[in-house]
Design a protein around this ligand. Sequence first.
Ligand code: HEM
Length: 210
Amino acid sequence: MSNETKRGSALPSAQEGWPLLATLAAILTVAALAAFASTGGSDGIRMAIRLTARTSLALFLLAFTASALFRVCPNPWTRWQLRNRRQLGLGFAVSHLLHAIAIIALAVTDPKLFADLGGPNMLPGGGSAYLVIAAMAATSFDRTAALIGPVAWRRLHLFGAWYIWLSFMIAFGMRARLDMAYWPFMAALLGACALRLIFSKSPSFPLLRR
Ligand code: HEM
């Protein structure tokens, strides 16, 4: 970590590093439970699925754009974002774990509604994204990152970041075709893509480069 990214870290501990991840995990869990409890039953589970999809998007975009945003606009906020991008990425993984738990709850308690929502059709694409997320989360610790080495780590995390970006584009894109309320999510995804392609140090899909 550079001195540049270390500066400005005099924040309360719950806003930094691993305590930040614990805080995020607690907030996400309480929010998902509150979404479920708001109506209960299948509707409550659907609320939790949609909420966790959106919290996942927010955390993913924060991690995805951290390096590019710091380059464009170095300030205390972007410095914090860059310094904590690993925890933000793991926060995304926690949020998506809650998405998976809610999906399983819906599939078990209301299989007909799950089928009507197209759940079974999402299993191949969504399942492969979950494998990528699991691999990235498992290698987000110093010891596990060292086990696979820097080259494999970089390839996995660069490929994974774009794969998850594409998964969000597809999931929100399908809904945006039918409902304009989803357009801001598409705009955020496209904006993050442009930002990363233009300003990030390692913006592109790794397998396309020599
Ligand atoms: C096996 C994997 C997955 C299954 C079975 C699945 C299932 C579902 C279902 C049934 C819904 C609709 C809930 C409703 O309309 O009430 C949903 C919503 C959504 N999912 Fe997933 N999902 C999976 C993985 C993923 C992944 C990997 C992503 C993105 C990286 C994702 C992003 C979304 C988004 C963006 C929504 C829409 C949220 C909204 O309406 O605001 N899902 N998912």
